[in-house]
Design a binder for this molecule. Structure first.
Ligand SMILES: CC1=C(CCC(=O)O)c2cc3nc(cc4[nH]c(cc5[nH]c(cc1n2)c(C)c5CCC(=O)O)c(CCC(=O)O)c4C)C(CCC(=O)O)=C3C
Ligand SMILES: [Fe+2]
Length: 298
């Protein structure tokens, strides 16, 4: 009888940079190898500066890995799709430590196919055989739904009663180019399925919006935030409670795009705004990741 394969877990994040001088290379990766115009890099640099000079995404993901490792009793590492540590770096290191099987949980619950593809490509480059098992879209898993409902429910209950009477939750996910939708990608359906599950658990009025449309033009999936906030204002709503249900952690597109940009869009329409806390390292969220990983364990 052979010994059980030595197993590790990788939390596979979008990624961020620690040094703003790396923004050009990072955004080139995000744009699938197309170098960005200088204005895009300058605008992003301004956004990082506006949230304090750096993104918390790396710190949060490393802490999450520590918490998941403690729960599962398996070595758990962070890899990033768009910057170091890239999956090939992390897998090579794990293989060097004698790991034979890697359970991958993409921290992109509605976009796991792209993450699985990147991880498989990386595994093929590692000299030693590694069995890679990557979680499929897990945006409607019960623990994740409960984690979001808990966070949004807390923010909703923190509103004064008269504000709540004229408030709507705006559940957001990142927009994607319309060409992605037209090619049959299930992203929009997956996001709406999550929103419905969270909405059912919450029992409060909500809308779904797609945020952070690309700066390079072309047609992007809507409804976007300006038109969603227009619609709320014209219905006599007074407060928009943003909830970034497409993201799992604080990062620039939450701390800038929602807390600064979307808050200003609300103000311009006579709406006050607030935001449900990101899941970050919430215990319920750790439960969700542990559950997703456990389903892939033999
Ligand atoms: C700077 C930056 C961060 C890091 C912030 C930080 O350091 O704190 C970040 C994080 C994230 N971005 C995320 C998701 C997406 N971002 C997109 C598209 C874009 N992001 C951009 C910038 C950033 N994004 C840009 C310039 C584009 C347009 C590209 C173009 O013009 O073509 C798209 C559209 C499809 C595509 O283009 O892939 C999606 C779905 C997710 C969620 C997980 C996931 O789904 O990976 C996370 C954490
Ligand atoms: Fe993004």
């Amino acid at each position: 009888m052979s010994a059980p394969a030595k197993t590790a877990v990788v939390l596979f994040s979008h990624g961020t940079v620690e040094n703003l001088d790396d923004l050009h290379g990072f955004v080139t990766n995000i744009r699938r190898g197309r170098p960005p115009p200088k204005e895009v890099v300058d605008e992003l640099r301004h956004r990082y500066q506006a949230i304090g000079g750096r993104s918390p995404l790396g710190d949060i993901t490393r802490e999450l890995a520590r918490l998941v490792e403690a729960r599962l009793g398996l070595p758990t590492r962070m890899a990033m799709r768009m910057w170091h540590p890239y999956p090939e770096e992390v897998l090579a290191q794990l293989a060097g430590e004698g790991i034979e099987r890697v359970i991958v949980v993409p921290l992109a619950q509605h976009s796991t196919p792209a993450y699985a593809e990147a991880m498989d490509r990386a595994a093929a480059k590692v000299g030693k055989p590694l069995e890679v098992r990557c979680a499929k879209n897990w945006g409607a898993s019960p623990d994740l739904t409960a984690a979001f409902a808990e966070s949004i429910g807390e923010a909703w209950n923190a509103l004064a009663e008269d504000v709540r009477a004229k408030a709507t939750v705006v559940m957001t996910a990142h927009s994607v180019p319309m060409s992605v939708i037209q090619s049959g990608d299930p992203y929009e359906r997956e996001v709406r399925k999550s929103a419905e599950a969270i909405g059912r658990a919450l029992g409060v009025p909500y809308e779904v919006a797609f945020q952070s449309q690309g700066m390079g033009g072309g047609e992007w999936l809507g409804p976007d935030l300006p038109s969603t906030l227009d619609a709320l204002a014209s219905r006599g709503q007074k407060h928009a409670l943003f909830a970034a249900i497409g993201f799992l952690s604080d990062h620039v597109e939450v701390l800038y795009d929602l807390d600064i940009e979307a808050a200003a869009l609300g103000r311009a329409r006579g709406l006050t705004t607030s935001r449900a806390a990101s899941l970050n390292v919430a215990p319920r969220f750790v439960d969700a990741i542990v559950g997703v990983a456990k389903e892939l364990l033999p």
